[in-house]
Design a protein around this ligand. Structure first.
Ligand SMILES: Nc1ncnc2c1ncn2[C@@H]1O[C@H](COP(=O)(O)OP(=O)(O)O)[C@@H](O)[C@H]1O
Ligand SMILES: [Mg+2]
Length: 293
């Protein structure tokens, strides 16, 4: 056990050394985004730079409004930057492309298509023949554990199942990078935990680099190799953390000192001690009681 819980055990340090050797899949240089609003210019992102290696799992966290969704929308090519560059495998991003997949928090499946048809949709649009698209769709659906539901429609599925279909649909286009913007944010705690385990299993089995936005600190530590922490107003690079928790990850690790120390470190970055909000004014409906606090 390392003396400082944030220090990496030798096998974890060796894994990071290997990660550094891998090619860079995503490179972000000096990314700035300003929104012109009736109330003036809002700088959502200010000179953000970082890179993500092949097969890396990176989480991005930061306070609400720090530009996480804006960042991921620019990376996916859904929005343009005011300044800076985004490169995927050395190629500049100038719009959406099949090299990048996206999963959002909201359920975005086509409600009139079955699970299988939803997953086949992207490949069919890009010209893959029907029988091949169908065969491949079945493999992706199998990977997310929904084979029995391939002919079901989205309204017949639970929230967690819908998100598994959304992941299968994104992967069916065979992207290099998968961007996920708080994909489990609307799920209950137990389903969320199951989905995190599913996602790690998928990531182990598929040649994919993942950039995952979350505001849940446990989720960030549990999933990622590295965590990019952003500051708010304007959204700026704060810190890049190499998560010292060994892989494969399992739920018992949440109670281990290395996990807790990483989580605490993030907590202090995002909510610095001494900056807790003052207690709200209280409307007293009853007399204070020392036993009820
Ligand atoms: N289309 C837009 N027009 C104006 N301001 C925007 C727009 N989108 C986001 N913003 C502003 O940019 C900042 C970052 O927003 P966002 O990326 O949604 O943050 P996060 O996802 O971290 O909560 C916020 O101040 C938000 O109000
Ligand atoms: Mg957001």
């Amino acid at each position: 056990m390392p003396s400082n819980y944030l220090d990496k055990a030798p096998e974890v340090a060796a894994r990071f050394a290997r990660l550094q050797q891998r090619p860079i899949t995503l490179e972000v240089k000096g990314l700035t985004k300003e929104f012109i609003t009736p109330r003036g210019t809002v700088t959502a992102l200010d000179q953000v730079s970082f890179s993500v290696h092949k097969r890396e799992f990176m989480c991005v966290i930061g306070p609400s409004g720090c530009g996480k969704s804006t960042l991921v929308r620019i990376l996916a090519g859904l929005e343009s930057a005011t300044a800076g560059d985004v490169m995927v495998n050395g190629k500049k991003v100038s719009g959406p492309g099949p090299d990048r997949g996206m999963v959002f928090q909201g359920y975005t499946l086509f409600p009139w298509l079955s699970v299988k048809e939803n997953v086949m949709f992207g490949p069919k649009v890009s010209g893959v023949p029907n029988t091949l698209a169908e065969r491949e769709a079945r493999q992706w659906i199998d990977l997310v554990g929904l084979s029995r539901f391939e002919n079901s429609y989205p309204h017949q599925l639970s929230g967690g199942m819908k998100q598994r279909v959304a992941i299968a649909r994104a992967l069916a286009n065979q992207p290099q990078v998968l961007f996920m913007d708080e994909p489990f944010g609307a799920l209950d705690a137990q389903t969320r935990c199951d989905m995190q385990n599913y996602l790690l299993e998928i990531w182990r089995n598929v040649d994919i680099t993942i950039v995952f936005i979350t505001h849940d600190l446990d989720e960030a530590v549990f999933l990622s190799d590295r965590i990019l922490v952003l500051d708010a107003n304007p959204g700026r690079f704060r810190e890049m953390i190499e998560v010292p928790v060994p892989r494969p990850r399992h739920n018992e690790q949440l109670f281990e000192p290395t996990f807790a120390a990483t989580r605490m470190h993030l907590e202090h970055l995002i909510h610095p001690p001494g900056q807790e909000s003052k207690s709200a004014p209280v409307i007293r409906l009853t007399k204070p009681d020392p036993d009820v606090i």
